[in-house]
Design a protein around this ligand. Structure first.
Ligand code: SOE
Length: 368
């Protein structure tokens, strides 16, 4: 089955690697997007069987390799721990599959570069679920900046706060660098924040230099030493000369998934909060307003994602389904606006490595 225009005889057939929370989210989004989830693989045959039964997936493969080689699978969704992303995604591309690989795309920029090259060589769709791009009011913010409504962007503030790792006995595979990579909080959620900011701001908003500091609040979790950060604070400069700050934490009590971006231009400011995704705050020297999602008043790219009328709240699950639908549109030869690809996944890795380098060296670093 070829990308690039080949019309599909039937539904997209999906294989999922992983059996946790994200596997569940991906399976639901794939089905909403009209695909058939035909296979699942996980760390063991037993965990694959359990997850497949729970997600009502017909075929539980004994190994990831078996799933990747399954001729009945068109698209592999990689939802396993970070350190496995590169080997699994590479194998899937080499087997001719399209790939959706969870962020962070890989744990090093070298692996990320190899994945970008492999996706290009294979001529397959290779996407990363930076799904917060898919809230209609994010697309509206992006359109307003691109149209010049905000004026020249002067400053940017981004934060992503959670509390699920607040306690010393909160443990997760992400805490261990062997499974999650050298960065935890920034790689896990700072990647979303940077992607969202650079997506909304456009080329002038790309980070070019940054300085940072990180903290590890609990040096031990579950009786094991911790070698990854709980929090990161970043100061940065952009291509267009704006300056900004980022703050990422997974130990902020009461903050569940509080991703917030705030952009100030010479004419207006914009603020989007992921926990209130149906609105966009627009601030001016004279007159401030809260825009509520209403397709009739939105830019075309925001309106296309506004799949139910105003007053019927769209949320995280809808954004995920819209992302997956765009992946499958690309698989069928379409060119959906704003699809996050492996290039964007590599970009997030490079910024993450800059954050770690700046913190370790207590210096400013250039971001390639
Ligand atoms: C945990 O921090 C997590 O599930 C992230 O891994 C997701 O990418 C984010 O969307 C929600 O929080």
């Amino acid at each position: 089955m070829e990308a690039g225009g080949a019309s599909r005889p039937g539904r997209v057939r999906v294989g999922i690697v992983g059996g946790g929370f994200m596997a569940r989210v991906h399976a639901a989004a794939a089905r909403t997007a009209g695909a058939e989830v035909v296979a699942l693989a996980s760390s063991t045959p037993e965990s694959a069987a359990r997850a497949a039964a729970s997600l009502r997936v017909a075929r539980a493969h004994a190994s990831v390799a078996d799933l990747v080689d399954d001729p009945a699978v068109d698209v592999v969704h990689v939802c396993s721990p970070n350190a496995s992303h590169a080997p699994v995604a590479l194998a899937a591309l080499r087997a001719g599959k399209h790939v959706v690989c969870e962020k962070p795309l890989a744990t090093t920029s070298q692996e990320g570069e190899a994945l970008v090259a492999a996706a290009s060589a294979a001529g397959r769709v290779a996407a990363v679920p930076f799904v917060y791009r898919y809230h209609p009011m994010v697309r509206e913010a992006r359109a307003r900046i691109a149209r010049g409504d905000t004026g020249r962007v002067l400053s940017v503030r981004g934060s992503y706060l959670q509390d699920w790792l607040l306690e010393s006995d909160d443990v997760d595979w992400r805490v261990d660098s062997a499974a999650g990579g050298p960065s935890r909080a920034f790689a896990d959620i700072g990647s979303h924040l940077v992607d969202l900011l650079e997506f909304v701001l456009g080329d002038a908003g790309r980070l070019v230099r940054l300085s940072s500091t990180t903290t590890t609040v609990h040096r031990e979790r579950g009786g094991r030493p911790v070698d990854t950060e709980d929090e990161a604070a970043v100061v940065f400069e952009t291509v267009g000369g704006a300056i900004g700050t980022l703050f990422v934490s997974q130990v902020a009590p009461g903050r569940k998934n509080r991703l917030l971006i705030d952009v100030a231009g010479t004419v207006e400011s914009l603020e989007f909060s992921q926990e209130e995704p149906e609105t966009l705050w627009v601030g001016r020297r004279r007159g401030t307003e809260v825009l509520a999602r209403d397709a009739a008043a939105l830019s075309p790219d925001a309106a296309r994602l506004s799949i139910v009328p105003a007053g019927h709240p769209l949320g995280y699950v809808d954004a995920f389904a819209a992302f997956v639908a765009d992946v499958y549109d690309a698989v069928d030869g379409g060119a959906p606006e704003g699809l996050p690809t492996f290039d964007d996944g590599l970009r997030a890795i490079r910024v993450t490595e800059g954050v770690l380098a700046a913190a370790a060296g207590r210096r400013w670093v250039d971001v390639p």
